[in-house]
Design a protein around this ligand. Sequence first.
Ligand SMILES: [Zn+2]
Length: 495
Amino acid sequence: MALRLYNTLSGTIEEFKPSTDNTVRFYACGPTVYDYGHIGNFRTFIAVDLLRRFLRQSGYRLMHVMNITDVDDKIIRNASQRGVSIFDYTKKFTQAFLDDTHTLSIQVPEKIVRATDHIPEMAHLIEELAKKEIAYKTEDGSWYYRIAKFPQYGKLSKKDFDGMNDGARVDVDEYEKDNARDFALWKAPKEGEHSWDTAIGPGRPGWHIECSAMSMKYLGETFDLHAGGEDLVFPHHENEIAQSEGVTDKTFARSWMHVRFLLVEGQKMSKSLGNFYTLRDLVLMGHKPSSLRFLLSSVPYRKQLNFTFDGLTQAATSVERLRNFKRRLETTSWPEGVNAEIAALAEKAKAEMRSGMEDDLNTAQMLGAIFDLVRDSNALADKGGVHQDDVRPLLEALQQFDEIFDVLTDNDSPKIKAIVDWAKAEGLEEKIAPATMEMAKAASLSDEQIEALVQKNTEARKAKDFKTADAIRGELLEQGIILENTKDGVRWKRK
Ligand SMILES: [Zn+2]
């Protein structure tokens, strides 16, 4: 079997594999760095992360390019309101975005490229379009794309633009869904706006030309896959196709992957409804990054995901269950021997996880398989049905799961602490929940320091020095570390 992915361009599920060699060349639209990323943005970035992890698990090499849009209408507006340059303005939010992806264990693409580092490439593309009379210049020095010259316009978004008004223009980066008009490739300089001097004159690029220029520069004129949120299908991706194929007369991206929007408590997320959350908001409210990653990964990317706080709490419980199972496997003194039933259960789980992911990245099936395995194995363990040689196949199944989900390693505390430190630096102390402070504390001790204290606690208990033992336990609890007594000794975990 092979990976089957839904391709927005063909409107069908297709077998997906790279066209030339073992490397998948793909481009995913990155953030526009005008603010902190919200959970809707991160659903998309996590979906792309799940794809890249599954491709790697399937043995492919990756050339994944992601852009940072550091010049557009919103950035120019916000920077000028604050009286800073777009460069100063975007620097902070670019770093914040990169920090947030780290917090959510999103792998770093092979190449991250900034729009403002590629202005000459964009101007060159517009020149090429002008040679073919697809781009034209207006009196003020702006450049537009003449969509009447590209009859396939609408093929991605499946829109029929017959009868459109040839020559009608739109100069904003984002516009209404039924608005088929010549769109801006290049905008003439305006008072107070940063502009660049280029071969096609002074000015600054439109949003769409960026992605055409940068994707083709690093991936070639035709590449395997282009991804983004569903809101990008039109106009952004439709325009990217028109620009790129207008120049090359070749297929731009062979396959297109679009990630569905999420709802928050059943409603569209918006600032006016008060249900708009950034990753940082949720962490300050007392939620772990791993809970959010788990929740955002749990619903297959083409299905509507309804984000709820109940769901987030359940996600935390689910992650905890998986971590506890792994800890149990690793710290219990299992009796010698093997139980053939366990190997069969582990194989079944592995096959189901794989076939789920091959089915258009069905993460829900993957979760079902791993939790069945955890439940059945725990039940067998409780009856003495797990032996030393059963541990390895179970850990292998967990690893196969975690290569995609990446929630088993307990690394939440230092990430939470970094956000707490940021909030303090930004004067947002009042937004930090007590639970968040507690969890951040657990980052102050390293695993080795904790192990040493746990050892001391065990020794004190053996020597019946319960006063010392209790003092150590209290000290650890104060630092957000919980001790659990088991028949195989003391286990610890972070809150
Ligand atoms: Zn883009």
